[in-house]
Design a protein around this ligand. Structure first.
Ligand code: PLP
Length: 401
């Protein structure tokens, strides 16, 4: 065994969450290092989907809408809020995709801003869909984008956010954990800085939910969206979630005013009359079937608790950083674990070819253009031995000096 493998075996033996890994469906891959992009399924997910098909759908048919599904988007939102978001009930819903929810919330916030607040503040290195959607909203509403120039190996600092916001800010949109470097933003301070300038903040939680603690109510957050198919194991294309702080209900109006966001949708009445509370942010029929894996994923998070998950996540990223250092590789992520989420990125000029070679050998990280090898470490399903195996294969691909 190499030094890394010996160390990994020690860490796995001491890991209080080690047994969680056995609950996932593990394939024949050597190392799955992309659980931050598409989480592995839990074994119980297959049973839950079969049971749902037989009992809820097949057994209750249309009656299940009244019995449980109409309430599902907000009931499941409340559960997610309690387990992972630090949010009181009545402020979170599950449905649509992250892109669609981001559009709905950002557009509502920009529309509610006074006309002289004509700037939307965002990072020039945010996830593409965030940038594209805000470009579209700026064009639709006659606002301009104020880009915060962001280091690919870092993220937006409090100082940068403070310098970008002011009396012209309509909305600030930032990722809590950036998709590229894994930088963890100081969400509470940035929210305070934006509020001091009179602007609301929309937090994108896609890469933080399920890997780092989130305290939306405690931050005084205004708006948030996030994915469920990354760390939460919701499955490919699983619906996203949105949070709107209670103080904004009845004030913000979202633009996709479908029947599910109307007061008493089954009255089928004339004219759109927004539902009270968070339900106004619904649009159409919720994706009930697609929420089944998320429900079992949340059960595991509720059982384990996010603090234990974060502790394992930090240990995994520390181990990955040490493994990269041992190979002399350049880290393109924060070194300080306090400023880092659940993944790390390594910069290498041959990143694209290296990732292709790794995939051929059963080691599955992500390539992120132009030169990033992104190593995702899903705390509930990734073992230290798996990380060591992945870096072992990478070491074999490096030219020996
Ligand atoms: C993954 C991710 C998304 C994905 O949006 P979809 O609508 O699910 O495609 C959006 N924003 C960030 C920051 C992400 O990491």
């Amino acid at each position: 065994m190499t030094d890394l493998e010996v160390q990994a075996a020690e860490f796995d033996a001491a890991d209080p969450l080690a047994a969680c890994r056995e609950r996932f469906l593990l394939g024949d891959e050597v190392a799955y290092l992309d659980g931050n992009s598409l989480g592995r399924p839990l074994a119980v997910t297959a049973d839950a989907l079969a049971r749902f098909t037989r009992e809820d759908w097949g057994g209750r048919l249309i009656r299940a809408w009244d019995e449980q599904w109409v309430a599902l988007p907000t009931e499941l939102g409340d559960r997610l809020a309690a387990v992972l978001l630090g949010a009181a009930p009545g402020q979170t819903l599950v449905g649509d995709s992250t892109s669609v929810l981001l559009y709905k919330l950002a557009r509502a916030a920009v529309d509610a801003a006074p006309a002289d607040r004509d700037e939307i503040v965002l990072s020039d290195d945010d996830f593409p869909t965030d940038r594209y959607l805000l470009e579209g909203i700026a064009a639709e509403t006659g606002r301009t984008l104020r880009w915060i120039p962001t280091d690919h190996a870092g993220g937006v600092s409090v100082e940068q956010a403070a310098a970008a916001v002011g009396p012209r800010t309509a909305l600030v949109v930032l990722s809590h954990v950036t998709y590229r470097s894994g930088h963890l933003a100081d969400a509470v301070t940035i929210t305070q800085v934006a509020h001091a300038a009179g602007a609301p903040v929309l937090w994108d939680l896609c890469h933080s939910v399920g890997s780092v603690p989130i305290d939306l109510d405690g931050w005084g957050a205004d708006l948030a969206v996030g994915c469920t198919y990354k760390y939460l194991g919701g499955g490919p294309g699983a619906p996203a979630f949105a949070y709107v702080a209670a103080r904004h209900h009845g004030v913000l109006r979202q633009p996709v005013q479908g029947w599910f966001g109307r007061r008493d949708p089954f009255a089928m009445a004339a004219g759109y009359d927004p539902a009270p509370g968070i339900r106004q942010f619904l649009s159409g029929t919720p994706p009930v079937l697609a929420t089944v894996p998320l429900q079992v994923g949340l059960d595991l998070y509720a059982e384990v608790g996010i603090d234990a998950v974060r502790a394992k996540s930090v240990a995994l990223t520390e181990f990955a950083v040490a493994s990269a250092d041992a190979l002399g590789l350049e880290l393109a992520s924060p070194r300080d674990p306090q400023r880092r989420g659940g993944h790390v990125t390594i910069r290498h000029p041959d990143a694209k070819a290296l990732v292709a070679a790794l995939w051929e050998r059963g080691v599955i990280p992500d390539y992120r253009a132009p030169d990033g090898i992104r190593v995702g470490l899903a705390p509930l399903s990734t073992s230290f031995a798996e990380v060591a195996a992945g870096f072992g294969v990478l070491a074999g691909l490096m030219p020996t000096s």
